[in-house]
Design a protein around this ligand. Structure first.
Ligand SMILES: C[S@@+](CC[C@H](N)C(=O)[O-])C[C@H]1O[C@@H](n2cnc3c(N)ncnc32)[C@H](O)[C@@H]1O
Length: 254
């Protein structure tokens, strides 16, 4: 248990999220740092760096299918993790096979870059677990259409929208990007963290729709240059670009 008053715990919450919060109790927050699948050495270092006092309390720990975290200003957790303290936006992801559950570096770059995009209706093109769509909705950026080819990802994203109380804002549908209509892409903020073949599928949507802005991720450097070049022919200009290892992510703007 990490002890502290509610204000101190809330201020420390971005760090506490990495210790797998389990439940708020009188005087503190129960955590299970070794239950979420993170590297035990990293967890020991996190505990050593804690500014709040803590003590070990052996006790039952529910299954935590993936590590909780704060990214892009949103706390991402499973139903078994403790809810966020007041004022911290959260999304609840149910267990499943969709990509983006245990945050991948390409997903992380998307969450970081989202703040550069204008508000508005969004398309999460290849939504996987639904994490980007849910973050967009939770941050009050606008309604989202989230689509994926993978039926398991669609079920997970839909159930996560319900679990997050975001089902009125986030619509999840099984679809291939190539089959989207012009108006499902045109004028929307398009979030697309997906391989080149999916980027090309989006570019092939009939009528050459032009998003209001884009977040493109999941590509190597050369592929990113080509995809940015393809959208530039429709009038989108490159914005901020980040790289982590071989993965690139970039924003595009009208
Ligand atoms: C790298 S994952 C990204 C998941 C999530 N958006 C994230 O950022 O973590 C890419 C997703 O795109 C989906 N996908 C790939 N090609 C697709 C296509 N042509 N149409 C629809 N979805 C596609 C995959 O099933 C997968 O869930």
């Amino acid at each position: 248990m990490v002890t502290g008053d509610p204000a101190a715990l809330a201020a420390e919450f971005p760090v506490l999220a990495g210790l797998e919060p389990l439940a708020w109790v009188a005087g503190g927050l129960l955590v299970a740092p070794f239950a979420g699948g993170r590297d035990p050495d990293e967890q020991r270092a996190r505990l050593a760096a804690m500014s709040l006092p803590w003590r070990a309390d052996p006790g039952p720990v529910p299954p935590l299918p993936f590590p909780a975290a704060v990214g892009g200003g949103v706390y991402r957790r499973s139903p078994g993790h403790a809810p966020a303290p007041p004022g911290v936006p959260e999304v609840v992801l149910v267990d499943g096979e969709g990509f983006g559950l245990a945050e991948h570096v390409t997903t992380g770059m998307c969450l970081d870059l989202m703040g550069d995009l204008p508000d508005g209706p969004a398309l999460d093109a290849g939504c996987g677990s639904g994490i980007l769509a849910l973050a967009w909705g939770r941050l009050g950026r606008g309604p989202v259409l989230a689509v994926d080819l993978d039926p398991h990802a669609v079920t997970q994203a839909r159930e996560s929208a319900w679990a997050s109380g975001l089902d009125a804002l986030v619509t999840v549908r099984r679809a291939g990007l190539q089959s989207l209509s012009h108006d499902e892409v045109h004028g929307r903020v398009v979030l697309v963290n997906a391989p080149r073949i999916a980027q090309d599928a989006l570019l092939s949507v009939r009528g050459e729709p032009v998003p209001s802005a884009m977040l493109v991720s999941g590509l190597s450097s050369g592929a990113m240059d080509e995809v940015i070049g393809a959208w530039a022919t429709r009038g989108l200009r490159a914005g901020r670009r980040e790289a982590a290892g071989r993965w690139h992510a970039a924003t595009l703007h009208a």
